[in-house]
Design a binder for this molecule. Structure first.
Ligand code: FMN
Ligand code: SF4
Ligand code: SF4
Length: 262
């Protein structure tokens, strides 16, 4: 079984490749968190987690999900795959500790570099077309290697920590989680046509249209930026730095958009 989250489709792509090749069932975390969160694992079955790296760590809502998860049966092989735009800092150490608190042992973890989805701060933008294509081609080879490793149940940690990993994950990450995961900075510009696509796309049903057909953001936001990237009018802004930033839409596939809660 594979539990996954994906904002703009990269991690969903990885999770789907794994599920197809390994014949695993996929479980979408925002949907599962509304249920009992109890699962029976069969003898020899693998337990996988696939998620994007946020702020050089495991997204806090994924950590919350893991803390509530109940698995009946013996877990023989537990692994994770995180997708990132550049590097993952100490995501591997953070994930291993998260599962250790449950009494489980993480046996393997990989990072896959995919097109960038973070645009909210200066210096961060989507990749240009060439870089995006290069990343997606390289990702396919890397996913094949990960599938081979999982089939052989190898104990491998290959997670692209990058430079300054301790500072990024221990100093920047807490600041990022506290101040930059914040729906209050979302707003629409005058291009909004009230189509409601952002409302339907949000995996946490956090957006509604007001009486003037303008989107309103609630407090249940994980900063996945799916609403920002999906908007056909480029009408969504977060803070003051996104007006001239790009959108990444290649991986936002139809079945991903139907994975919201309502
Ligand atoms: C809130 C947020 C934080 C991010 N933090 C990082 C990061 O620390 N390191 C990195 O390389 N990429 C970072 N990214 C980029 C994503 O990890 C990357 O584009 C990922 O593949 C997106 O996966 P998804 O399409 O499944 O949402 C971040 C993206 C978002 C939206
Ligand atoms: S998707 Fe864009 S245009 Fe449509 S309602 Fe949302 S912000 Fe407005
Ligand atoms: S409001 Fe936007 S950024 Fe927040 S969870 Fe929903 S789609 Fe993601």
């Amino acid at each position: 079984m594979i539990f996954y989250f994906s904002g703009v489709g990269n991690s969903y792509y990885v999770a789907r490749c794994l599920a197809e090749e390994l014949h695993e069932n996929l479980y979408f975390i925002p949907k599962e968190i509304t249920g009992s969160m109890s699962y029976k694992i069969k003898k020899g079955e693998r337990l996988g987690f696939v998620f994007p790296c946020y702020g050089w760590g495991v997204p806090t809502f994924v950590e919350h999900f893991i803390s509530k998860l109940n698995i009946e049966g013996q877990i023989d092989y537990l692994y994770f795959v995180t997708t990132c735009g550049d590097d993952t800092g100490m995501t591997s150490e953070i994930f291993c500790k998260d599962v250790e608190r449950k009494g489980w042992e993480c046996k393997a973890g990989w990072a896959v570099i995919m097109p960038e989805s973070y645009v909210c701060l200066p210096g961060f933008d989507v990749d240009n077309n060439d870089k995006e294509s290069d990343k997606l081609i390289a990702a396919r080879d890397r996913i094949n290697k990960i599938i081979d490793d999982i089939l052989d149940q190898r104990n491998v940690f290959d997670t692209i920590p990058g430079p300054f990993k301790w500072i990024k994950s221990n100093i920047v990450r807490p600041f990022f989680n506290k101040y930059l995961i914040n729906p209050r900075h979302f707003k629409t510009n005058k291009s909004c046509i009230g189509c409601g696509k952002c409302v339907n796309a949000c995996p946490y049903s956090n957006i509604s249209l007001d009486n003037d057909s303008l989107p309103k953001w609630g407090d249940n936001c994980v900063q996945c930026l799916r609403c920002y990237h999906i908007c056909p009018q480029k009408a969504i802004e977060w803070g003051v730095f996104t007006a001239k930033k790009g959108q990444y839409t290649k991986m936002i596939v139809k079945d991903l958009l139907s994975q919201h809660l309502s």
